[in-house]
Write a protein that binds this ligand. Sequence first.
Ligand code: NAP
Length: 275
Amino acid sequence: MAGVFNPSRLAGKTVLITGASGGIGAATAILFARAGSNLILTARRQAQLDEVAAAATQAHREGGTGKGGKFVTLTLDMQDRTAIKGLLDRIPDDLKKVDVLVNNAGLVYGKEVVGEINEDEVDTMFNTNVLGLITLTQLFVREFKARNSGHVINLGSIAGKEPYAGGSIYTATKHAVDAFNGSLLRELVGWNIRVSQICPGMVETEFSVTRFRGDRDAATAVYDGLQPLVAADIAEEIVWAASRPEHVNVADVLVFPTAQASATINHRGPLGQQK
Ligand SMILES: NC(=O)c1ccc[n+]([C@@H]2O[C@H](COP(=O)([O-])OP(=O)(O)OC[C@H]3O[C@@H](n4cnc5c(N)ncnc54)[C@H](OP(=O)(O)O)[C@@H]3O)[C@@H](O)[C@H]2O)c1
């Protein structure tokens, strides 16, 4: 039956994931591996990438597709434009034909208001979330056009749809991703190349730990009284988008926990007990 969920469409495909050393990127790697994809996993922390590659090897075995299962890890700092431009040369020949690019690496620092924001942190957020993503995407869009095939999946955010106080820089970076994604989608309408944006609400990963500069209590408090999404919830959305038939492009997906309705509206406490 046409259109029915068929993860075997991913078997033998090659997927490059940025920020694959933890959180959503790592969970996404595991699901693609289970579906029989090959993986190029990038991030700054090599030891964590190695752990994800080992878990992916196991997931691939359990998936039992008999396809794919070639995994390579490459350290890459998304702030380093020269390193990004050199990435293709570092990918082994048998994985050079990338089918899906998952632009996942990203981060937020702090909740400071404008006037009190550390300028180095502004640079880090923009360089990672926006400029690195653009550089890498340019590289692969050229490849995809040459083959008239490929899929770019960008990790946006509710923060890219809705600004909030204390999030000026992060929301600006994710609005930039939203705009970039939208322009790319329009530019590629005449090509057999898909462009998707997945926009999560609250996902409990290391994201908030980074935001609060290592303060785990402050990070945990973000999710007090509600059930947040977990990394695998968003990985499922990413793999879902990638596993649609070639004529289907999942353009934009906004995913909240059930207890969240906007960047700032959420419900803490049991559900279904309102008067
Ligand atoms: N968690 C949420 O609530 C949420 C909500 C909406 C959107 N998102 C988006 O989802 C994406 C993944 O976030 P997450 O929740 O999985 O956070 P996470 O657990 O903190 O993971 C972030 C990943 O990004 C990588 N990264 C950070 N800076 C990097 C750099 N300069 N170069 C290369 N990789 C870098 C990290 O790897 P290394 O440290 O090893 O480099 C890590 O693998 C981000 O784009 C984030 O904005 C998250």
